[in-house]
Design a protein around this ligand. Structure first.
Ligand SMILES: [Zn+2]
Length: 149
């Protein structure tokens, strides 16, 4: 896959590096599919998350939502960019459907989204609208609640 140079001026490499580093802390003893996410707030802070599995598979939580929860717990509600790295994937792995919905709650349609595989050269860069083009619940998003930092 050809690397996309479009978003490199937005701090993409730094965010990918943080996602790659935190992915080593993933708790993935069942899938062996270690994922890290690095989420940048509109005020420039970065929050990270990892996937956390459970022997009852349905309780598994994704790295992206872990990062969102950490940031929201610190009072942040608007995010400008996210990077997701799966150390054990051969191809860049995009956020799952649940994470697309959650990210769209706090990020604008044009916010950059990067996802990468174990190979640091295998990166796809797109946007929220690129991974979630048809948001049927868009009209329900409460922008007064997600304004602020
Ligand atoms: Zn997910």
């Amino acid at each position: 896959m050809e690397p996309d140079k479009t978003h490199q001026d937005t701090g993409r490499e730094e965010l990918l590096q943080q996602a790659r580093a935190i992915a080593t802390r993933a708790y993935a003893p069942y899938s062996h599919f270690r994922v890290g996410a690095a989420l940048r707030t509109i005020t420039g802070e970065v929050y990270t998350g990892v996937n956390m599995e459970n022997r009852s598979y349905g309780l598994t939580n994704c790295a992206e939502r872990g990062a969102v929860q950490a940031a929201v717990a610190e009072g942040h509600r608007r995010f400008s960019e996210i990077a997701v790295v799966c150390l054990d994937a051969e191809q860049p792995t995009p956020p799952c459907g649940a994470c697309r919905q959650v990210l769209s709650e706090f990020m604008d349609a044009n916010a950059p989204v990067h996802f990468a595989a174990g190979d640091p050269e295998a990166v796809v860069s797109t946007t929220i609208s690129g991974i979630y083009p048809f948001d049927s619940l868009h009209h329900l998003r409460d922008d007064t609640e997600t304004k602020g930092r």
